[in-house]
Design a protein around this ligand. Structure first.
Ligand SMILES: N[C@@H](CCC(=O)N[C@@H](CS)C(=O)NCC(=O)O)C(=O)O
Length: 216
């Protein structure tokens, strides 16, 4: 035991990425336990039976198993650039609800179109585009979704747009969303994103703890 909160996480999971980016931004240390989704550790399932990552276990016994709540808990500790109150909406931005709901459903169908043969992939992509248009409009007004600085909505939504763009980057590069591309590229290049994508082998009980973010 390190005395730090324990974060069960999966490197490529967009929900876990936004949680880790927030922890790295706030510089709140946790013990990071990388999970294999097809072989989840019993210790994690004992904390949260729904079996999704991220899961944050606090030293006082509380368990936070929704990524947005992990972000909020983290920012309750330290929020140097006021992510929670960025722009008109802060952490209540309606774009986040749309991202996590309708857009995520379209993204999954677009990404795994072979599992949804009722329609060709471009149909799912077209459905997702109504959300991209909303982002594009917001980003044509200001560099970040909340205004002049990056904030909660940017970090909450970015990992999903990263996935979307990655399905067919050539299409994305030609798409009529130049502001969104600029925004995505600056987040892909962001030190916070780079900091959270280091690779770690799956956690095994008793191993030397991995502390995240790393002490620099
Ligand atoms: N609403 C949850 C969703 C988390 C989620 O669905 N994570 C995926 C990985 S990206 C997961 O753990 N899926 C379980 C599985 O694949 O077994 C959150 O925001 O934390």
């Amino acid at each position: 035991m390190t005395g730090h909160p324990v974060l069960y996480s999966f490197r490529r999971c967009p929900y876990a990425i936004r949680a880790r980016m927030t922890l790295a931004y706030a510089d709140v240390p946790v013990e990071l336990r990388e999970v294999l989704l097809k072989d989840k550790p019993p210790a994690m399932l004992a904390l949260s039976q729904k079996g999704t990552v991220p899961v944050l276990a606090l030293p006082d016994g509380r368990v936070i198993d929704e990524s947005i709540d992990v972000m909020r808990w983290t920012l309750g500790h330290r929020d140097p650039n006021a992510w929670l109150t960025q722009g008109d909406y802060g952490d209540r931005d309606p774009l986040i609800t749309e991202n996590d709901g309708r857009f995520k459903t379209c993204l999954d169908k677009y990404k795994y179109a072979d599992r949804h043969p009722e329609h060709p992939p471009h149909k799912y992509r077209e459905e997702a585009c109504s959300f991209l248009r909303e982002l594009e409009w917001r980003l044509s007004e200001a560099p970040w979704l909340g205004g002049q600085q990056e904030g909660f909505a940017d970090i909450a939504i970015f990992p999903f747009i990263r996935q979307f763009a990655g399905v067919d980057r050539a299409w994305f590069d030609e798409s009529p969303y130049p502001h969104l591309r600029r925004w995505l590229d600056s987040l892909l290049d962001h030190p916070l994103f780079k900091a959270v994508m280091a690779k770690h082998p799956p956690w095994t009980p008793g191993q030397t703890p991995v502390i995240f973010p790393e002490d620099t």
